[in-house]
Design a protein around this ligand. Structure first.
Ligand code: G3H
Ligand code: 13P
Ligand code: NA
Ligand code: ZN
Length: 328
């Protein structure tokens, strides 16, 4: 069944679990998430970026979601716009059956220039106004994602934001978070606490100085009923790096967000955990393995099926780890 983000995260808060939000761009990724959910009886959040919508076509995405809902009627499915950049992106997502949108006003509409607080409040409030008229949910973001190691803020596409950012801009200000939520009435709040998008988050296993989990605890104390969202939450597992590299890929050693840190977040109000990189890596490693072991293979099903299965295994593991399994 189709479900809104608000309905799903209210349930997650009541029962104390987190929900991974997986990015999808095609049929294999959509099937991977929902097949994994069906295996462990988990509700799901599927999310599409602007890039995903352009890649797959809005109508194909919309009809695919409809099909997944029909194939798995017992699985609650939320379809969410990831990193909406303006009102139009959010409105057209809702027109295509998305039940939830992220209005990311932490960046200007170009998706790379850090925006000021008033811009963010204004545009997010406008999206909340129309989304709530039709029962769709809204996620806002306060604070620019980026690395506390390098001081580099980041754009929505994982490339560097304009200029170097101060420590303050890279961490959500808890006092401002209270003001933002009150002024916008968002259903969920994405916060910045040292994670970034993509595979290269940390140059070593993150400690408290480069992954500021204490920000989450502070915000949760001030906003105990707000659903918090962690972006850039791939763990970039060593095994997946190893498979990718073993079969001819080139990925210098890197570290993601440890699962135990995500679980700590879930204890303190984190309900939505965004994961894209881990899925990409799982699929690409599986495809590399097929090509390396059988260079003559040219039937796409022969490499897309293992790719789907690798992503499915990753999704199933996250459902189990975050306590989402069994909650459908
Ligand atoms: O926000 C970043 C997500 O991983 C989506 O990435 O914009 O390349 O589709 P994308
Ligand atoms: P990762 O790059 O860590 O998977 O983050 C994805 C994300 O935050 C999508 O919005
Ligand atoms: Na999002
Ligand atoms: Zn994100």
């Amino acid at each position: 069944a189709r479900i809104t983000l608000r309905q799903l995260l209210d349930h997650a808060a009541e029962y104390g679990y987190g929900v991974p939000a997986f990015n999808i761009n095609n049929m294999e990724q959509g099937l991977a998430v929902v097949e994994a959910a069906a295996m462990v009886d988990s509700p799901v959040i599927l999310q599409a970026s602007r890039g995903a919508r352009a890649y797959a076509n809005d109508l194909i995405l919309a009809k695919m979601i409809e099909a997944l809902i029909e194939i798995y009627p017992h699985i609650p499915i939320c379809m969410h716009q990831d990193h909406g950049n303006n009102e139009s992106t959010c409105l057209t997502a809702i027109q295509h059956g998305f039940t939830s949108v992220m209005m990311d006003g932490s960046l200007k509409a170009d998706g790379k220039t850090p925006a000021d607080f008033d811009y963010n409040v204004d545009i997010t409030r406008r999206v909340v106004d129309f989304a709530h008229w039709v029962g769709a949910s809204v996620e806002g973001e306060l604070g620019v994602l980026g690395s506390l190691e390098t001081g580099m803020g980041e754009a929505e596409d994982g490339h560097g934001a304009e200029g170097e950012l101060s420590h303050d801009q890279l961490l959500t200000n808890p006092e401002q978070a209270v003001e933002f939520v009150k002024a916008t009435r968002v259903d969920a709040l994405a916060i910045a606490m040292g994670t970034s998008h993509g595979a290269y988050k940390f140059s070593r296993k993150p400690d408290g100085a480069i992954l500021a989990m204490n920000i989450i605890e502070d915000i949760h104390r001030r906003l105990p009923t707000m659903h918090l969202v962690m972006h850039g939450s791939s763990s970039v597992p060593q095994e997946l790096q190893d498979i990718f590299n073993e079969y001819g890929g080139v990925m210098p050693q890197t570290w993601g967000v440890p699962i135990e840190e995500i679980l700590r977040g879930i204890k303190f109000g984190v309900r939505k955990v965004n994961i894209d990189t881990d899925c990409r890596l799982a699929m690409s490693g599986a495809i590399r393995k097929v090509f390396q072991e059988n260079p003559g293979e040219f039937d796409p099903r022969k490499y897309l099926k293992p790719a789907k299965e690798a992503m499915r295994a990753l999704c199933k593991l996250r459902f189990e780890q975050f306590g989402t399994a069994g909650m459908a």
